[in-house]
Design a protein around this ligand. Sequence first.
Ligand SMILES: NC(=O)c1ccc[n+]([C@@H]2O[C@H](COP(=O)([O-])OP(=O)(O)OC[C@H]3O[C@@H](n4cnc5c(N)ncnc54)[C@H](OP(=O)(O)O)[C@@H]3O)[C@@H](O)[C@H]2O)c1
Length: 145
Amino acid sequence: MQMTGNIILITGGTSDIGRGLAEAFHRFDNQVLIAGRRQSRLDEITEANPGMLAFQLDVRDPVAIEAFAARIRDKVPELNVLVNNAGISRPESLAGRARSLYRARHRRDQHHERAANDGGFAPGTEGEAECGDHHDDLRPRLRAP
Ligand SMILES: NC(=O)c1ccc[n+]([C@@H]2O[C@H](COP(=O)([O-])OP(=O)(O)OC[C@H]3O[C@@H](n4cnc5c(N)ncnc54)[C@H](OP(=O)(O)O)[C@@H]3O)[C@@H](O)[C@H]2O)c1
């Protein structure tokens, strides 16, 4: 990518990674547009970086996205880079995921065991869907009449 002379839209440009990219690209003589929900942050960043443009946008709102896209197409049709950065990361417990996967597998195996004892076909189970695997070859088959 050419590092200068672009028109770059960065969603989530009001903090951390987005703001860092916006200010770096701004320093490299790109026209930078940032978007985010907090107007106070947008104002503060454009004041600190003269020439940068800011737009309030909540990316969870599909109607607002449509209106925003139309506005951007109209205002800067030459836009050539999108950094689709807006979002959040939540802490996640890998141990919790492992436990729920174990339980789902256990439910699936119990279901198949019951079906095998009944001599019938075991349709897919909820546990199986959660496991993300389908052991068709291990399933008891429907008996011929
Ligand atoms: N930091 C990490 O270690 C890490 C790791 C993996 C992935 N990521 C991803 O990288 C991106 C940036 O991370 P970060 O650490 O810089 O996050 P951050 O500091 O929480 O910043 C998130 C940015 O997204 C904006 N935003 C959040 N929800 C929004 C919404 N509904 N509509 C519009 N803007 C929204 C926020 O601005 P407003 O609050 O003003 O709207 C803010 O500018 C995120 O997508 C994150 O999931 C980060």
